[in-house]
Design a protein around this ligand. Structure first.
Ligand SMILES: Cc1cc2nc3c(=O)[nH]c(=O)nc-3n(C[C@H](O)[C@H](O)[C@H](O)COP(=O)(O)OP(=O)(O)OC[C@H]3O[C@@H](n4cnc5c(N)ncnc54)[C@H](O)[C@@H]3O)c2cc1C
Length: 483
């Protein structure tokens, strides 16, 4: 049987054949139902839960449902709980999480104003409730829980984590797991507990003016000086540097070996005289990221993660966490809450926007919303699996973010991109339209994700790299001579 048109279109999104079967399950089978059964009958046959749940959803779409009964992905995740058969200890854990969100967290946040203060209060409450660092060792402030309990946490916390958690994305989501997996006991004791408890905010000093996609070309240098390292150079696009106490830093420690081999990963204290942070204003008007100038900035000699000159291994491990973090993991709250961060506009909000503009009878609009909703579900599945390559999730999240913003732009600004400053809805959607472009860069560009998928998942030949075995010092001198 020929695949349905919708399946073909999704397949054309070209995110890697490995996930075509997932897409097929969601979209292809309903077309078989469509061929043989009228819509009402199809809905009854598919049932609302269990294996045919997606079919039922697609049938809702095909019946011309006015999106009134549509669950968000958030509702769906919660709904799945009822299918689970908890052991007594799982049940207890589930109850503990519910009490945390229903009572403890509400009390902890009451009366606290300001994003930073609320962010810290949220993390502190989470830590005190024994719900931070679920897969971290107990001696470093974690809970060392098994994967079953962690899955329960994902189900129960889905859609309930305050948006302020984004401030800990680099620390909790990227730096701490690398310290946990590769750091010395000194680093683990010093950083894991305060990071999990929200006492320290982290930023990531990776990109430089001459090293973005080609990160291994970074030129910031670290030189050992007695009991310390002295670091000099410039970083750029550093999200959150202005509020961070700690940074994960990549610096060159040996320029006489090929570029990937002479890099070391450090923890850099941000609040010191050798570190200057200058904000960069984005086209959204916000200044989330910065240039960071390092002039003989000091690092204690043992704040090296892994071994000296072996930083590239850790750098790649951190990038995988980053792609997970900036990819599907970022799409936790898919309900009505307006999120101003780097997250696609939830489809529920697009449906409400289309309704407010009286556009939900337009078949094109309905088709676009259906497509966006299907994509959002796919992101939900990718998040739920947890074992997919992070580049796939990141690509999906970016495409969803840009498609959602483009749809919002057409709905909210049909005549021209102009709006009244007092119109809160328009301000929100305008922000999203401008902000969504950065999604395809932060955490590595789309092209780099595709290269990664091609090389690592599909086994395609590696990109040619003529400089792979040339000492870094020779590369830079060639560059200097050429410039
Ligand atoms: C919102 C946001 C937040 C960020 N936060 C941080 C942060 O906190 N810390 C940090 O260190 N950095 C951060 N960055 C920087 C980000 O990691 C880089 O922008 C990204 O890696 C791309 O590097 P670049 O900007 O130098 O572009 P370049 O590497 O110069 O790329 C330019 C273009 O060339 C393409 N290209 C480059 N190489 C290849 C190739 N081999 N094959 C195919 N195409 C290629 C790219 O896809 C891109 O389209 C952030 C960026 C954004 C947008």
């Amino acid at each position: 049987m020929r695949p349905s048109l919708r399946y073909q279109r999704l397949r054309d999104l070209d995110v890697g054949k490995a996930y075509a079967h997932l897409i097929k399950r969601i979209v292809y089978y309903p077309s078989r139902h469509r061929a043989h059964h009228p819509p009402q009958q199809r809905a009854r046959r598919c049932g609302k839960r269990g294996r045919n749940y997606n079919n039922w959803k697609c049938c809702q779409l095909l019946q011309g449902n006015r999106f009134a009964k549509f669950n968000t992905a958030e509702d769906d995740m919660r709904g799945d709980q009822s299918l689970g058969q908890d052991s007594p200890s799982d049940e207890k854990f589930r109850r503990m999480i519910r009490i945390f969100f229903d009572v403890t967290l509400r009390d902890a946040l009451e009366g606290i104003e300001g994003e930073l203060e609320r962010a810290r209060a949220w993390r502190r409450a989470l830590f005190n409730a024994g719900l931070a660092g679920l897969d971290y060792p107990v001696e470093f402030g974690g809970q060392a829980l098994d994967s079953g309990k962690i899955a329960i946490w994902f189900e129960e916390s889905n859609g309930r984590i305050p948006s302020e958690e984004e401030l800990f994305g680099i620390g909790v989501g990227m730096a701490l797991p690398v310290i946990r997996d590769y750091g010395s006991d000194i680093l683990k004791s010093r950083f894991l507990r305060p990071g999990l408890a929200g006492d320290e905010i982290w930023c990531q000093l990776y990109s430089e003016p001459g090293a973005g996609s080609d990160l291994a070309s970074l030129a910031t240098k670290a030189i050992r000086d007695g009991d310390e390292w002295g670091v000099t150079g410039q970083k750029v696009w550093t999200s959150g540097a202005q509020i961070s106490q700690m940074a994960i830093l990549l610096a060159r420690t040996d320029p006489h070996v090929p570029k990937h081999r002479g890099i070391t990963m450090f923890v850099l204290p941000m609040e010191q005289p050798g570190v200057a942070v200058r904000p960069l204003r984005q086209m959204t008007g916000a200044a989330e990221f910065n240039e960071v100038f390092l002039d003989e900035a000091r690092i204690p000699s043992d704040w090296v993660i892994g071994d000296v000159n072996d930083g590239w291994r850790m750098a790649v491990a951190l990038l995988a966490h980053e792609r997970r973090q900036t990819g599907v993991a970022s799409m936790r709250n898919l309900g009505r809450e307006r999120l101003w961060g780097r997250v696609p506009i939830p489809v529920q909000q697009l449906i409400e926007l289309a309704r407010s503009k009286r556009r939900t009878d337009d078949p094109i609009v309905r088709q676009e919303l259906s497509q966006l909703w299907i994509n959002e579900r796919i992101v939900g599945y990718l998040r739920g699996r947890g074992d997919t390559d992070p580049s796939i999730g990141k690509l999906w999240r970016t495409r969803q973010g840009q498609a959602a913003a483009e749809f919002a732009a057409r709905m909210a600004f049909p005549a021209s991109p102009a709006w009244a400053a007092a119109d809160e809805d328009a301000v929100f959607f305008a922000f999203q339209v401008l902000n969504c472009r950065g999604m395809s860069l932060g955490g590595g560009s789309d092209e780099i994700q595709k290269n990664t998928i091609g090389e690592r998942l599909l086994g395609l030949p590696r990109e040619p790299a003529v400089d792979r075995n040339v000492p870094f010092s020779q590369l830079t001198s060639v560059r200097r001579e050429g410039s």
